[in-house]
Design a binder for this molecule. Sequence first.
Ligand code: UD1
Length: 418
Amino acid sequence: MSFFEITGRRRLSGRLAVQGAKNSVLPILAACILSPGECVIRNCPDLSDVTATLQILRGLGCKVRREADAVIVDASGVNGGEIPEHLMREMRSSVIFLGAILARLGQAQISYPGGCELGPRPIDLHLDALRRLGAQIWEEDGVLHCRTPGGLRGCRIHLPFPSVGATENTMLAACGSQQTTTIVGAAREPEIEDLQNFLNALGARVTGAGSDVITVQGSTRIGAAEHTVMADRIVAATYLSAVGAAGGELELTGVCPEHLSTVLDVMEEAGCVLHTEKDLICLRSNGRLNGVRPVRTAPYPGFPTDAQAVVMAALASGQGETVFEENIFRSRYRHVSELARMGADIRLTGRTAVVRGAPLRSAHVCSTDLRGGAALVIAALAAEGTSRVGELHHIDRGYDHLELKLSGLDAAIERKHA
Ligand code: UD1
């Protein structure tokens, strides 16, 4: 069992290059299935979710290797459309493979992604969209069987909610049709634009990502491509929150400030001094953040649900009151009871959390999910004394060597094995 040992209230300072985005690299690796050749994906972070994705690719018949920060995927030998249950369980987002496998092979079999730490995470929007594209899908003993007997056919798809995963799955499947597909009500997250760029590099013709209407024109000319994954805006938000809470100075490079505008607004209102340039964010904090106007999570360009926990931890260690409203996932406050063990004053009612800033104290706490775990690390950096944060497998899903990056900013953090 490993855990982080963290001694808090040390000023953080330094410069950090932000890792590649988890939510970008996963669909991009799935998209490699579309290619009959060898794709090179650069700036690929070292995450357990990436390891699981590479295992899925190997299971489907791809040759995969890592060279420094690049992953090279040769999908010429794709021979099976089946993803085993243990990999589906490990990473719910593996459902994103469905569209890519259908486009390449015309049939797929995956186990149904099960229950989850953020509340129910249905995939009805994914399946509805794939059916509209001509897929036949049925469930037998928890296994989803998918076929496209008449091939995939382009059409107009209206998503009733801008689901990130359903938008990506639909884009991937639509690449396997010879007609035009229009996705109305698409998610607008920057990671979708990154996927569009990769698909176009492969030879697909995709336009509109970043807006709520995306058009995919089928093409038979899918080839191979190289791509550099965009920076992870949620990891950036995590480091900004850490330095905001502990105090100090941070220079984040390789990150687009525009993708983080709602988070930067909160940090500024909380009392941080910010300076941004094209690919750079600088933050200075006295380590005692003020309460801010209500933080309401919403689809992009709104405040990201993935940044809710880390920003909450930073404000909980400050002063003054902030109301949080979680509008994307039903149970995304599991970190709150762990933060309370460190002295955080947070009252929960349904989707609302009222946070009253208070000095935090050290404690032994457990990560409850990926971003919730990162929130506990931030609280420990801000707390008096030495804390332990356990269940690191959650954090390792999305942070590339978090402890090394934070040590580089002078944080007292160590990974230990009990
Ligand atoms: C992606 C991100 C995740 C982020 C989320 C919201 C990846 C790998 N993960 O997850 O980090 O928190 O976007 O920004 O990119 N929903 C349905 N039916 C569906 C699909 C979704 O009801 O078929 C609901 C979900 O239960 C949730 C909401 O829609 O309440 C948003 O989900 P979605 O945008 O699909 O998130 P993911 O793609 O799963």
